[in-house]
Design a protein. Sequence first.
Length: 265
Amino acid sequence: MSTIEMPLVLFSVLSQTAIGLVVINSCRQWAADGPAKTDRGQWGIVLAFLITGMAASFFHLGHPLQAYTALKHLGKAWLSWELLGISVFLCLTLLGFFMVKGKNARLVTTLTALVGVLTLLFMGMTYAPPGYPAVNNVLPLVFFLITALLLGTGFSAWVAPSAAKPWLTRILTVTLIVGVIVYLIVPCIWLSGGTSMAQTGWTWFASPLYWGRVAVGLVLPLAVLWRIKDIPLWLPVLILLGELMGRAAFFRDTVHAAANIGGLQ
């Protein structure tokens, strides 16, 4: 971290969007619409986000064609589990796309959603390294879950039937409120921590990316939902922009413990 790492920003945000879409769709099928079928367009948008994110991640690798070798380290590296999880998620998404009209379509959707949630857990562990005290905890997973729910719910409004729109609007509203609370309180908590943690808090508060994420990705969408009680087609794009700014701040503005080596405490 300590740099924006745009390939990782795109990979993490877009893949989490894909996971959120499947999770929301699975919940909609079981809780809101009963056994409603998932059409090919819904799987197609999941694939579009997922493949774009995975393609972006290759620009972060020194030897992209050898990315599969990370699977050799499942016993000691969360990154390997992240790669395994996203690979299985991709395979299940392709299965769902091609068997969308089959009698087991809802089962595939549910299984894909469960694998997606596990992959979010692996991502949260991957981006919680000991060298970054501020995020060496459950916070990356919390951030990623918020991203998945925000974007999964928002972009679901593009393909979900009109009867599901009020349900999606309520979920998005609650998630936005939770997001505002989390992103405003967490840096304040960091300020009361150790040196590196406190520096991270001050760096986030001084970051235009952080405040852009809060304003563009959380507060403004919340105001729109409060006013019109619906999810316009352009709103998920606005939330996506906010998430990209927030993820860039996560990578660039989180302070490594090594920054204080040799300094006076």
